[in-house]
Design a protein around this ligand. Sequence first.
Ligand code: FMN
Length: 426
Amino acid sequence: MTDRQLVLNLFSPPFEAWRQPDVDTGRAWSIDALVRLAQDAERALFDAIFLADSPSLGEGYTTPEPFTVLSVIAAHTTYLGLAPTILTTYSEPYNTARKIATLDQLTGGRVGWNAVTGSQPSVAPNFGPTAHPEHALRYERGEEYIEIVKALWDSWEPDAFVAGPWPTATLDHGKIHPVPFRGKHFQLDALFNVPRSPQGRPVIFHAGSSDTGRDQGARHADAIFTAQPTIEAAREFYQDFKRRVAGFGRNPAHALVLPGILPIIGSTEAEAQAALDAFNANVDLDQAIVRLHHQIGLDVRGLDLDAPIPAAVWDAAGQSFTSRAAVMRAEAEQGGYTARQVVLRATAAFGHHLIVGTPEQVADDIELWFRTGAADGFNYRIPGGREPLEQFINHVLPLLQGKGIFRKEYTARTLRGHYGLPVPPR
Ligand SMILES: Cc1cc2nc3c(=O)[nH]c(=O)nc-3n(C[C@H](O)[C@H](O)[C@H](O)COP(=O)(O)O)c2cc1C
């Protein structure tokens, strides 16, 4: 067994993208189905379940609010980490710090927070008359926001909460420190009302890929999510990110790099390829094109779908989620993809790493990324219904365990513990 263990999170199930005959898209709103999914992940010893979010009506898909879903899942699981997304542009730091810290207390330290600025401009009108702030401003607010949340979480000394029957004092007020903050976006004098986390501090996730985004992640995050379609791109990101972490005086081993993977498994290569072909055959191309435009501003309507996307069309892709458009453009140019192939790959993997093969090929690929500086672990994205998850659990995970890179039992109760991350000093 090597000491370093692979991290595996279950990624938001892409229910709507997978319009397969056997997939019930209503599952997105069925708490029974979501709890079953989380329990499957826990039985398979996954580290955590991560839910992305966008508080807006997307093109053809709806998403339940992740914190609420994960609060219910918390009550039906024992070990599984819980990582909801809350946007820093469209919420308040005190509320976020309190909600995350509360769930973290209630679960004995299983919670993290995916701190993203928000990639979808369509969110803005839901919160006020102003437009989606431009990139630099979003990150400026995000920076203050994350600093406040961390300060609130650190404002209680570990022994400030003294449990005991009334009228014994339950709080040592001298060990609860005020958090004054004077920034451009926030001015507050806060006094936090949740005791220190059982894992020291809830885990902070980040998912920025731009220069500013990478720096913010490197400064604050315990783990960074990323979309990297190829091992070369992933290695470049990994090196760049770890260098930035070290540049902020942090230990690079304490900030995990977690790209997304979408494995399509068959007992033979041909079977796996047939599964991908079947998926592609079921995609509603018109709807997928509209969704892609909504998600990253790439507009291929009216183009010849069997030719590459012209540079000018890529150049015109929206100003909001430029980092993902750049990843997908590089993938398309490297692979020589037509517009149709770009749309189909985006529908399946959205810039994440698509692996099509036998269980052995999938496990070898995961090991290669893990051992050669491309990833510390992955967000595993389920292709379609429950069956592909079972295939992954039953046929790929045992191979990873055999390679000594994935746990055979939980050895910790907190999310930090699963990740092998130390409790941060106050
Ligand atoms: C795995 C992953 C998950 C993400 N989840 C969300 C999300 O739930 N909501 C969101 O608005 N953006 C999400 N993002 C987007 C980024 O957090 C960020 O908003 C976007 O990348 C723009 O910042 P950038 O230019 O620094 O990359 C995610 C990105 C990645 C790689």
